[in-house]
Design a protein around this ligand. Sequence first.
Ligand SMILES: *[C@@H]1O[C@H](CO)[C@@H](O)[C@H](O)[C@H]1NC(C)=O
Ligand SMILES: CC(=O)N[C@H]1CO[C@H](CO)[C@@H](O)[C@@H]1O
Length: 508
Amino acid sequence: MERLFATEKLGGRALYKLHATTLFVGICLVLCYRATHVPAAGRAAWLGMLAAELWFGFYWVITQSARWCPSRRCAFKDRLAARYGERLPCVDIFVCTADPQSEPPSLVMATVLSLMAYNYPPEKLNVYLSDDGGSILTFYALWETSAFAKHWLPFCRRYKIEPRSPAAYFAQSDKPSDPRALEEWSFVKGLYEEMTERIDSAVRSGKVPEQIRVNHKGFSEWNTGANSKDHQPIVQILIDGKDRDAVDNEGNVLPTLVYMAREKRPQYHHNFKAGAMNALIRVSSVISNSPIIMNVDCDMYSNNSDSIREALCFFLDEETGHKIAFVQYPQNYNNMTKNNIYGNSLNVINKVEMGGMDTWGGPLYIGTGCFHRREALCGRTFTKDYKEDWDRGIKTQQGIDLTEEKAKSLATCTYELNTQWGNEIGLKYGCPVEDVITGLAIHCRGWNSVYNDPPRAAFVGVAPTTMAQTILQHKRWSEGCHIKWATPSMVCGHPTRYLLCTMLSSLH
Ligand SMILES: *[C@@H]1O[C@H](CO)[C@@H](O)[C@H](O)[C@H]1NC(C)=O
Ligand SMILES: CC(=O)N[C@H]1CO[C@H](CO)[C@@H](O)[C@@H]1O
């Protein structure tokens, strides 16, 4: 049977190997020079130089494992379409946001809309927004979004527009020339701008007008003075895709849309984004329970509406699909500074090293732009006879209120006490970059992963554009990496991956 994806060698390997060989010779010569020229005076400086050269030489050698033979993947979504048609698995999409001030809700909503508008059967799509700020402003923005989606989704479908983030689309698209299309384009653009203005003005004033709050029962969750550090669990299903009345203005089903703010109490540690992701895994398990979970940062919109189908080519491939736990996409940015002076495009990591690790069983999980197999993320160990049930998922709802209550009980502070959550199940705790360790733990349980870097970026975010922002980001990345040095046991039996990981972290 024809494969659903192909693996190719990345070009330029021979050239790179030649280059690496000359560098290696250079390093050896430097070390020879040090060894044969021991000075009589100034021994301390000599020793310092030698130590530095030995360390960088060793470090350079281990980096070669990720650069020596990179490969590239190519997915065939027409074969997927021919084989499966619309008989595709359900997908849960997780978006995490934390603070309505530093992550403006109107931009988060553009991301949410781009995800709802995937070219995928809408009844199989479930979008979850985790709001760690527990802010009524974010909830309000999502409520506005659920109404605007009724216009946006049919508009995307009819004109096959790309990208499907309204902010990105209206910023770069020209007016259509056809008068009827132009009329609709202007109408939708007007609606979008009005919505953004309402959201932004609510954020500026810091509160949601009283006449709006009566429109949805969800607003009452904030009646008791909930604040970002101390509030009850909140789960609101804004659109229930299983409800026949939840349709867009052309009568098509809408994707499920859920707002979640897990419980926060000052006396309990919340474990940052990993805690939010784990709460989302549990909450989604009683609402949709899809076999595939995608997660993306709130500032990375979907730039390609076919990405889900592309990722499924890997999972559904008959030959090796059953071994794959996650499919990782690179972080791409549309906001590069001139000449990329801070190196924010991460070219070496995105273009070479992730592909290099793919040759050795799979890239790291980098926390965004990733499709997971739910079972693998929840701690299942790979076995040859395991068969995924792609039809799984919750087909009928037992009433929205009941489901919400059940979901809330899974998002409390105390739910995880004395359980394996944060350890064997879900994302790992105890490290600011929990994602990399979680990915390695999945590899330890026998799964592989795949890196897919299509020519047209699947997810596009905003890069830091100033020196200060760049330094802050690198500080955050590298702080998370001490833990990796400290816990080699996590990478049990995978010395190569352990080296790769430590190497990558020291790169940051
Ligand atoms: C996003 O998609 C558009 C096509 O809609 C493409 O032209 C563009 O290059 C993509 N962006 C990136 C960063 O790849
Ligand atoms: C949306 C966004 O952050 N845009 C930024 C892109 O980069 C320029 C400078 O290079 C900034 O001025 C924009 O604010």
